[in-house]
Design a protein around this ligand. Structure first.
Ligand code: MF3
Ligand code: CO
Length: 289
């Protein structure tokens, strides 16, 4: 990179390079030279970018908070989609999923053995004992936020309740590994090891992603990775942690008719929680959850 010590830093801080990201770039280079995958500058969010993502996340979180308060047996998943659409529009945002590669709805609602990308429908009525993931993605002033939560409809079985709670715990275990100059694989392996220890299996084909300036950016984030592998985490890197965890086997298949919904092959229940974060100087900050 041809940037002089006394030039303005590439990050937009207005500071000189030598007193801003010079040491940061040197450090990244050492990791790259050692053979690691490292983020490029485009993936490093500025303070203004982070603020933009947080503003977007206000809408994202408001949608999920509303769902948390109103979800119950007897409603259709289309009603959830209507809430998300209305709240997002009222707050000046756009649902990122709507028309995304042809996806037809404002959010994803994945029930029981649906792993992800369940399509809201008037024909799907929530009933006592269901577990459901509601996944919302929001665009506001060009910034993307993305998070999801699980909900239990009334009382469910102890096994399904434990799955829902354990997957949330796995995300927290993963978060504890998020520190600058560690690797995504440190986080992913911690999640996988915990889930395996509880007898579950983590889906391998679908993972998390960078998020902020676009819906899905680099890096792709695995939750079955190995320590000391995958992309180096550095301050300003934004991504999601969103493991899909099956009570049974890890294998999945896609709905042939709608081309979106993913199910567990063995019909076992699956759960997912999704958090969006930014790596900081000391660890991480949650942007949406
Ligand atoms: N919100 C999902 C994610 O976490 C993406 C869904 S894409 C869709 O990445 F089109 F299926 F909605
Ligand atoms: Co996501």
């Amino acid at each position: 990179m041809n940037i002089g010590r006394n030039d303005m830093c590439w990050c937009g801080s207005g500071k000189k390079y030598k007193s801003c990201h010079l040491l940061f770039d040197d450090k990244i280079k050492r990791f790259r030279d050692a053979g690691h995958v490292v983020p490029n500058h485009k993936l490093i969010k500025s303070a203004a970018d982070i603020q933009g993502i947080k503003d977007s996340a206000k809408i994202n979180i408001a949608c999920l908070d509303y769902v948390a308060e109103h979800i119950k047996a007897g409603i259709s998943t289309q009603e959830i989609d209507d809430w998300v659409g209305k709240i997002t529009a009222d707050m000046g945002g756009i649902a990122a999923t709507l028309n995304y590669e042809g996806y037809p709805k404002n959010c994803c609602t994945s029930l029981n053995d649906e792993v992800c990308h369940g399509i809201p429908s008037e024909d799907i009525i929530l009933k006592e004992g269901d577990i459901i993931n509601v996944d919302c993605s929001t665009i506001y002033k060009g910034y993307f936020s993305d998070s999801s939560r699980m909900f239990i409809i009334g009382e469910t079985t102890p096994e399904k309740k434990k799955l829902v709670e354990d997957v949330k715990k796995s995300v927290e275990i993963g978060l504890a590994e998020v520190k600058p100059w560690k690797f995504l694989g440190d986080m992913g392996s911690a999640i996988n090891e915990f889930c395996k220890s509880q007898g579950y299996s983590v889906v391998e084909e679908i993972g998390g992603h960078g998020c902020g300036l676009q819906f899905h950016e680099e890096p792709w984030v695995s939750f079955v990775s190995k320590p000391n592998t995958e992309m180096l985490m550095v301050p300003g890197l934004c991504f999601t942690i969103e493991p899909m965890v099956n009570m049974g086997e890890r294998y999945i298949y896609e709905d042939e008719d709608n081309g979106w919904t993913i199910y567990t092959e063995d019909g076992s229940p699956s759960a997912q929680w999704e958090v969006q974060l930014v790596v900081t100087e000391t660890g991480y900050e949650i942007l949406s959850y």
